[in-house]
Design a binder for this molecule. Structure first.
Ligand SMILES: C[S@@+](CC[C@H](N)C(=O)[O-])C[C@H]1O[C@@H](n2cnc3c(N)ncnc32)[C@H](O)[C@@H]1O
Length: 220
């Protein structure tokens, strides 16, 4: 699977993609990641990719001709194009599974105040990673790629290790897990996990699977 990322900040990807699981997936040739500096398709000789919004308003917008030129060069018949957008569809585990089936995913990272609406017509989908505003689409691209890649066959140590995770079943979170020490500040590991009985342990783990309702310790 190949990822093409169109960004104003290609260097931002060096560290997160140069470590751990993504690096291993690249080394094993399960994925290929190519970053493209958006400025190579700039509309002027100073490398500008943005312009003022018609009708006024604060900030600048990424121009449609810049993204169009980029896609004409990068896209092929197997490409699926994503635009990062705070207005897009909220990214979920199901999307990570679905997007991992494409041969080529192209991610356009937005920046500035936003983008010319006509860019929307050039892409297959607009994706948001949550209801908050980030400075650009680089972190959303990293989040999506990380969650897609860890589900690809051969990436995790055991192909099974992503099966029981939170969100792998619709709306459920993983059972709680414990490691040493057995007792910490009076808090004990559940007895059943120390029993050595795999049937009882499996049963307990099944009972612990919960509908998504994260713990939030914020006074109301
Ligand atoms: C500063 S934001 C622009 C926000 C825009 N003015 C709005 O209100 O929707 C710049 C770019 O960062 C990216 N971005 C910001 N927040 C995002 C999010 N939650 N999910 C995905 N992309 C996001 C998008 O590409 C966006 O165009």
């Amino acid at each position: 699977m190949k990822f093409d990322i169109v960004t104003l900040f290609p260097k931002m990807f060096d560290s997160p993609f140069g470590e751990s699981m993504i690096k291993r997936a690249v080394d094993k040739k399960i994925i290929e990641i190519k970053t493209h500096d958006m400025r190579q398709w700039a509309w002027n000789s100073y490398g500008a990719v943005d312009d003022k919004p018609y009708g006024g308003g604060i900030g600048m917008l990424i121009r449609v001709d810049v993204v169009d030129k980029a896609l004409k060069e990068i896209k092929n018949k197997n490409s699926h194009v994503i635009l990062t957008s705070a207005r897009g569809k909220r990214f979920t585990h199901r999307d990570a599974e679905r997007l991992g089936k494409y041969e080529n995913v192209i991610i356009i990272c937005g920046h500035y105040e936003g983008y010319d609406q006509r860019i929307s017509d050039l892409v297959d989908e607009e994706i948001s990673i949550g209801d908050y505003i980030l400075t650009g689409g680089e972190i959303p691209a990293m989040v999506m790629i990380d969650s897609i890649v860890r589900l690809l066959p051969g990436v995790l140590g055991k192909d099974d290790s992503s099966k029981d995770e939170s969100h792998s079943s619709e709306g459920y979170i993983e059972y709680p897990q414990y490691t040493r020490p057995e007792i910490y500040e009076g808090k004990k590991v559940p007895e059943v996990l120390l029993s050595g009985n795999p049937i009882l342990i499996k049963e307990w783990q099944k009972q612990q699977l919960k509908p998504v309702k994260p713990k939030v310790n914020i006074p109301s």
